[in-house]
Design a protein around this ligand. Structure first.
Ligand SMILES: [Zn+2]
Length: 430
């Protein structure tokens, strides 16, 4: 046989063998021996996670390696549900300058998987008018699961006068758009409003009432005509979300440094407090005493955009690490970054690891050392612990693998055999 035919023949045999082994294997992928932290079920123990057909197929003490096409050892690492970040800006590519529906936004896939995030929610970058363009331009093309709060302003976060246009705030039109895309739109956002009226908040809440969805509020300019206390103790409904909870404008502490009672009352009412770190919305002066006194976030989120990621915020794991170093327990930090945010956006199929659910899994490394964390005023906090993203599985596929733990030693690897069943990182043909 000529050399060329021999190669073709062996390739054919290899493909047959691969298809045979794929058909035989119980699991496409097994993540073995990691410390599983699943806050919804309360599990914190060493477990193996088996994945098949893009779903969690088993969580057991010992899954035999022979049952899987691919086994990844997570010994010494943490295995958690894929992280859910409910405050991000992802409406990139429109060409609009200095706007969150443009150049301030990021394409999610380039920034999510490397920080173990598998689901993001865009926080109002698009409004009820331009949401279809956002969906077409970013949501439908992303491997990251992208959901959205749509802005009560029809044109979204175009900056300047666009976001102040009360004539473009239309609860009925916003609710109608949410009804058209129930799988993707999770609620409504109001942001950056500077006027003295309550109209931006009230219209967003009205849209929420019309569609049974929550509202996320970035309170914009804090003005005496509409006090923040009133927002969280009476204007917002239980389940509505106040983001940027540690921004310096919020009346947080009394003259003796005690957290003001109205904040605990608002929490008791069921108003949700979300971190939304961003470029200018997280200060240690507020966060440190608040966390020490038990005024904790319901959800940890980034407010990821081009500016915040290059400043003190950086990424989801950096924000989570801040809370670890403020004394929050590791399971609580994971809870606030997975199951809690999933519940807030009413996507309870996310944020936990259960058999039958979509296989979005994060493999984290908890590093010990000397680290520094920076807030929005440039204040620095020293810390001893930091989370790093070792591996990310989205929809059953490995989409990020920092140290190649899913890979073979290059000296042993004889043939390039990407597996569409588990391998989302390498190209499938070459
Ligand atoms: Zn934001």
């Amino acid at each position: 046989m000529p050399a060329f035919s021999v190669r073709i023949f062996f390739l054919f045999v290899l493909l047959l063998l691969r298809n045979w082994s794929t058909a035989q294997a119980k699991y496409d992928l097994v993540i073995k021996s990691g410390e599983l932290i699943d806050p919804r079920s309360g599990t914190q123990a060493v477990r193996d996670v088996g994945i098949r057909d893009h779903r969690i197929a088993a969580i057991e003490k010992d899954i035999p390696a022979a049952d899987a096409i691919k086994v990844i050892s997570a010994r010494g690492l943490l295995v958690t549900p894929g992280l859910v970040d409910i405050h991000t800006h992802d409406y990139a590519g429109t060409g609009r300058k200095s706007a969150y529906d443009g150049d301030n936004s990021i394409y999610p896939d380039g920034f999510t998987f490397r920080s173990c995030v598998t689901t993001v929610v865009d926080a109002g970058s698009s409004g009820w008018r331009n949401f279809p363009d956002f969906k077409d331009r970013v949501i439908d093309r992303s491997k990251t699961r992208v959901l959205a709060f749509i802005n009560i302003v029809g044109s979204g976060m175009g900056g300047g006068e666009i976001e102040q246009n009360t004539g473009d705030m239309d609860p009925a039109a916003a609710a109608a758009m949410a009804k058209q895309f129930p799988d993707v739109i999770v609620g409504f956002k109001t942001a950056h409003f500077e006027g003295p009226e309550w109209i931006a908040v009230d219209h967003a809440v009205e849209a929420g009432k019309l569609s049974g969805l929550p509202v996320m509020v970035d309170f914009g300019k804090f003005r005496p005509e509409r006090p923040y206390q009133e927002l969280v103790t009476s204007r917002l409904r239980p389940g509505d979300i106040s983001t940027h909870m540690y921004i310096d404008f919020i009346p947080m502490l009394d003259a003796n440094g005690k957290v003001l009672p109205y904040l605990f009352e608002a929490k008791k009412r069921g108003v949700i407090f979300d971190v939304g770190h961003g470029g200018g919305s997280f200060v240690f002066n507020q966060a440190v005493p608040a966390v020490r006194q038990g005024f904790l976030p319901d959800s940890i989120s980034t407010d990821l955009h081009v500016a915040s990621m290059n400043a003190g915020m950086k990424d989801m794991l950096n924000v989570m690490s801040k809370f670890l170093n403020l004394g929050m327990s590791l399971p609580d930090v994971i809870l606030h970054s997975t199951w809690n945010p999933a519940k807030e956006i009413k996507h309870e199929e996310l944020g936990h690891l259960s058999v039958g659910d979509p296989a979005d899994v994060s493999v984290l490394r908890l590093e010990e050392g000397a680290f520094g964390f920076v807030d929005s005023l440039g204040g620095r906090l020293e810390g001893r612990q930091k989370l790093a993203c070792e591996l990310t599985v989205r929809n059953g596929l490995v989409v990020w693998d920092l140290n190649g733990i899913a890979r073979q030693d290059w000296q042993k690897r004889t043939v390039f055999t990407p597996h569409p069943e588990w391998d989302g990182t390498l190209p499938l043909t070459r």
